[in-house]
Ligand binder design. Structure first.
Ligand code: COI
Length: 338
């Protein structure tokens, strides 16, 4: 068949490692791949149904060269994080929301999708099986990466005949090096997404097209790129790796989700000119967390913003990290304990 198969043997839960911690330099974690012990694979049936998935050793996949994902980009990814609590339990933040976002994406690019329960259960299995790779409290998190892909072979442009839902993970530290506020560059040549495209879902095809803009900006010393809408080149969209929020007085604004960006909170069109008036700007994302923006450069002009302990971004960061890590009481029922 043209489906994915792991080259590694399937592992039964009784063979999980017993050590409390893997041999990792926890004080020097970046946002990179540190291979953990296990990954999860669930192969759809020919009818696109997902039944029982399984854990196997983390390792290479065997995939048909004609797989839909390799040829036509039929794939989605998600990202969530597990936190190790002081009492040793693992916490995951709103994994059902990742499952629902994957469902929306699957619908957009014509894939069957595991149920919310299957998704959340698989995230739990991966987190538990790799517990010894989860950083100690305060040292980082376990980044969990679910993938859904057309793994069956297809020659003409059409949905693949079979699908694979897979989850792997890696211990990570900060997405951006150090903890310094970001210096963003407003890109006006390349766009991340366009109206009617797939920018509103986490299609893997949204990411490679911005690598050039990121490389150029990083080469010039910026942390990341802020994209404008492709129609007017005037409204903010998002940053390559996260969403953006602009604070003026007591109001926080974030670009409206109109199908080109991933969803944020209070949403409206935010014009690039408003950046000149903002008091504070910050970014949010699973990988990034909450990150203050120190400066934004647009058409050769560098705008600077308030950063540091007194900012709204810092308060949001502390509260959100507190809830996610179990240090602050979760009154919303957002945190799932494993
Ligand atoms: C995440 O925050 O999980 C993302 O999808 C961003 C990615 C570039 C690491």
């Amino acid at each position: 068949s043209g489906a994915v198969s792991s080259l590694q043997q399937v592992i039964r839960p009784s063979t999980y490692g017993e050590d409390e911690y893997a041999d990792v330099d926890w004080d020097n974690l970046g946002f990179g791949i540190t291979p953990a012990d296990y990954m999860y694979i669930n192969q759809s049936t020919k009818d696109g149904e997902f039944h029982q998935g399984q854990l196997s050793r983390y390792g290479a996949l065997e995939l048909s060269p004609a797989a839909g994902v390799l040829n036509y980009g039929q794939g989605l990814y998600e990202g969530t994080k597990a936190y190790r609590k002081e009492d040793g339990r693992l916490l995951v933040f709103r994994p059902d929301q990742n499952a629902l976002r994957m469902k929306m994406g699957a619908d957009r690019i014509c894939m069957p999708c595991p149920s919310v329960d299957q998704f959340v259960d698989a995230v739990k299995q991966v987190a538990l099986a790799n517990k010894r790779w989860t950083p100690p409290p305060g040292k980082g998190t376990m980044y969990i990466r679910p993938l859904l892909m057309g793994s069956g072979p297809i020659m003409g442009l059409a949905p693949a005949p079979e699908y694979t839902f897979l989850i792997y993970c890696s211990p990570v530290g900060n997405y951006f090096k150090g903890f310094a506020p970001l210096n963003l560059y407003v890109e006006d040549e390349f766009h991340r997404a366009t109206r009617g495209g797939a920018g509103g879902v986490k299609s893997i095809t949204n990411y490679a097209p911005v690598l050039k803009a990121i490389a150029r900006a990083k080469g010039n010393g910026y942390s990341d790129v802020l994209y404008l809408d492709s129609v007017h080149k005037r409204y903010l969209e998002e940053v390559s790796s996260c969403n953006i929020f602009v604070l003026k007085g007591r109001v926080i604004s974030t670009p409206a989700a109109i199908g080109t960006i991933l969803q944020g909170v209070e949403e409206r069109a935010v014009a690039v000119d408003e950046l000149a008036e903002a008091d504070e700007v910050f970014c949010t994302g699973t990988a990034v967390g909450v990150a203050s923006v120190a400066s934004i450069t647009y058409q050769g002009k560098r705008l600077e913003y308030k950063v540091g302990a007194e900012t709204v971004a810092q308060q949001l960061y502390s509260i959100l990290e507190g809830i996610k890590s179990g240090a602050i009481e979760d009154k919303k029922g957002w945190v799932v304990e494993i």
